[in-house]
Design a protein around this ligand. Sequence first.
Ligand code: SAH
Length: 422
Amino acid sequence: MTTSTRGDVKDLSLAPRGKDRIEWAAKDMPVLRLIRERFAKEQPLKGVRMSGCLHITTETANLAITLKAGGADLVLCASNPLSTQDDVAAALVSEYGIPTYAIKGEDEKTYYSHINSVLDHNPQMTMDDGCDLVSTLHTTRTDLIPGIIGGMEETTTGVIRLHSMEKQGVLRFPVLAVNDSDTKHLFDNRYGTGQSTLDAIIRSTNVLLAGRTIVVFGYGWCGRGVASRAHGHGANVIVCEVDPTRALEAVMDGYRVMPGVEAAALGDIFITVTGDINVIDQAHMEKMKDGALIANSGHFNDEINIPALEKLATGKRRVRDFVDEYTYADGRHVHLLAEGRLVNLSAAEGHPASVMDMSFANQALGSEFMLNHAKELKPQVYTLPQDLDKEIARLKLHAMGIKFDTLTEEQEKYLNSWESGT
Ligand code: SAH
């Protein structure tokens, strides 16, 4: 372990491998590359102190390099104890000069000491994935708040926490909900989570998905992605929902919908993507078949009631990397993946670069927007202006070599008129 003012990472000798992988991801991040080239010339973030709490992956490294190219004085820490890629953390420190505090598997105490280390940077802007920086600032580090211009939030869970802060009147600086850009959640949450979740289940277990019954809890953008990709693998998909409209959509998308406790007896693989607590509870776990796999791809590890599972089980052993086998008194085994932490970033590499390209283009343009507009913003949750969102989609299509239509003058006029009817 290497601790210094330049960060706290597992092993700096991993840096060359990290650099190779960061460069590999860069090839699939053309929109971010264009932003980086402009940032390098225009220096829009010159001298701005930024603290980021994000999953430390090859994709995040490319965002960090972009912000630094734009002049930002940036430090990073992990947004989840299990999602750090140690070689990337090492490369950020020694190859790119970006202080990084992140070690895969760090305990909760270290996790929070890393959060405090990046706050010691006295940031003017924050970047969160899950709202931990903003909530720490509003609880134990309030002295730093006067120096803060604004922040950015990457994920649904963080946005939910921010809205509740705003509603209670406690939020003290503006935050951009990057997650709410169309070019973020329609792609990252749906296609990113859809692929990376199954990738993690396959990598950690090597199970065949075809013919299995996969139960997906939650039919938001993440749940939709997971369900459609599982169906594509030939699985029988059951969706469990609490929102009637979403449950109905799942039915009409062709999935079986039923209460979770009924699905519990039928499923081979269970995946939670709700952002809620105890979605898989004792009542579900009691009914599960021998050999069932349980994975979480959303929020924190409390979507699964792990304490209840620990109580139900008479034995527990690690049978593969990221797979814990729990044995019940009647001899049944149930397997928990990645200790219930978000499986896609713990047991695989998170979403692929191609989709993070758009998420992080939103972060980069969001930082620039926040810096230029913070004076006009109140301590509320904002979304990126739609023209920036559309521009990201346009650049992505261009990079993919896909042309599309534009409105003719006649069509534009027609769409803006109301006079002509039948
Ligand atoms: N913060 C919560 C849940 C959020 S994880 C937790 O830690 O439990 C989901 C977020 O991870 C998404 O918003 C997505 O943008 C981000 N993510 C997914 N793949 C990533 C990757 N390869 N690199 C960086 N962030 C990634």
